[in-house]
Design a protein around this ligand. Structure first.
Ligand code: HAM
Length: 418
């Protein structure tokens, strides 16, 4: 009975400290870019996720019927909920919308390093802007976050492409609509599945072997000038990507981003620039991923609104931070431990603790009779900066004894000077 559901995690206080540290950096990078936080329920109608392109995410749904016979699902991602919220207030929201959230998401996945059946996913999205300026701003959010946790461009890379690359290639082969989305989902698995499996799936879709090899050769391109040669200088994909990369120069983040045509993303709804961050060593799964999805609301029955955003899980980045020795050693954040010597001074200790708390200090009050040795150890374990001791003689003079736990120095101070 001590074990939770497979693929889920417990967060003991020491885990929560690290999680809060990470989330605080998610919040900061988003707020520094003017994003506002929102939230939605973890339980949604199953219908919100019934897309037919054969995405993994829809096959991994935690879905069930509730007691009223309604088909519901635990959200596997936040984007459809966000689209639902935007749609519900269509016309009433001032554009652009710049919102972020840190929802828990549920996917019935094969558990492995960096992948669980639940994860927290920082989502940062911009709605109502169709220019690459919005996509570039998202890359800036990402880089600011990475810097705030001590990761550098030598540790990871954000690979960028555009769905338009494949769209142009497939358009010239007369493939569009549903088959286009399905092709994207298959080629996204190129680094996970053997080439013959990918080819078999593509030919099942109706692509002939020369189309398949054209796709493969374009997706192996990783510099923009070769892409321009392959797609032609009037290609919209090339124009979009050139503009986006020029903006990353302006932000001073070009060390962090690279063009890589093999980035396609495994979700059906992307329509423009797409990106994924990976550790440079290539040992871990994607750290985060996102892109432009201008037509999602249309597929949900609303009026399309341009949108772009990313999802950033808490698991892979923690693996990378641990590997790089960047996970901080955090204490529980108590500033003072207050201890009354003996039962008769407990009331006085409570008075002192209350006064300190009213002044905004975080105080752990020792509530039982303990030996001095235990109290010192306890204060150290809490990571407190001061130990405040209420002792008979000092208290009679309106004073307390203080030990500075950093320097080890002791002093006697008047209660009102604490
Ligand atoms: P996604 O690529 O499916 O995109 O997930 C985004 C990120 O969530 C991944 O890169 C990874 O960090 C994390 N993630 C996903 N599944 C798991 C898992 N089973 N265990 C641990 N981490 C996981 C989306 O979900 C899009 N809705 C993102 C987006 C937002 N696009 C536009 N706006």
């Amino acid at each position: 009975m001590t074990q939770g559901v497979r693929g889920t995690r417990d967060f003991y206080p020491e885990d929560m400290r690290v999680r809060n540290w990470l989330f605080e950096r998610f919040h900061s990078a988003a707020r520094a870019h003017g994003f506002e936080e929102y939230d939605a329920p973890v339980l949604e109608t199953e219908e919100l996720y019934t897309r037919k392109a054969g995405e993994e995410i829809t096959q991994q749904l935690y879905n069930f019927e509730d007691k009223g016979g309604r088909k519901v699902a635990l959200r596997p991602e936040m984007t459809p909920s966000l689209a639902r919220m935007v749609m519900a207030r269509a016309g009433a929201l001032a554009l652009p919308i710049k919102w972020y959230s840190i929802p828990q998401c549920w996917r019935y996945e094969r558990t492995q390093r960096g992948r669980g059946r639940e994860h927290y996913q920082w989502n940062v999205d911009i709605w109502g802007m169709d220019g690459v300026e919005a996509d570039a701003e998202l890359l800036s959010v990402l880089v600011q976050f990475f810097q705030s946790v001590g990761l550098g461009s030598a540790d990871l890379v954000i690979r960028v492409s555009s769905r338009k690359v494949l769209e142009e290639v497939l358009g010239s082969l007369a493939i569009s609509g549903d088959t286009f989305a399905q092709t994207c989902i298959i080629v996204d698995k190129m680094d996970k599945l053997p080439a013959d499996k990918i080819e078999a799936q593509l030919s099942e879709l109706g692509l002939d072997s020369s189309s398949i090899s054209t796709i493969q050769s374009v997706l192996s391109i990783n510099d923009l000038s070769s892409l321009a040669s392959a797609l032609g200088s009037d290609s919209a994909a090339v124009g979009e990507l050139n503009a986006l990369f020029a903006l990353t120069d302006a932000y001073g983040i070009s060390d962090w981003v690279e063009f890589d045509a093999s980035v396609v993303r495994g979700l059906a709804y992307y329509t423009g620039p797409v990106f994924e961050a990976h550790d440079r060593a290539g040992e871990l799964r994607a750290i985060c991923g996102g892109g432009r999805y201008d037509k999602l609301i249309g597929t949900l029955g609303g009026k399309d609104l341009p949108a772009t955003g990313f999802g950033f899980g808490d698991m892979v980045v923690m693996e990378l931070l641990a590997e790089k020795g960047l996970v901080p050693d955090l204490t529980n954040g108590v500033s003072d431990v207050v201890f009354g010597m003996g039962a008769e001074l407990r009331g006085a200790a409570m008075q002192v603790a209350s006064a300190l708390r009213a002044n905004g200090r975080s105080v752990d009050l020792v509530l039982e009779d303990k030996r001095m040795k235990w109290v010192f150890k306890h204060a150290e374990r809490c990571g407190a900066s001061r130990l405040v001791m209420v002792m008979p003689e000092e208290w009679a003079a309106g004073k307390v004894r203080i030990k500075d736990l950093g320097t080890g120095e002791e002093s006697t101070v008047a209660v009102e000077d604490l």
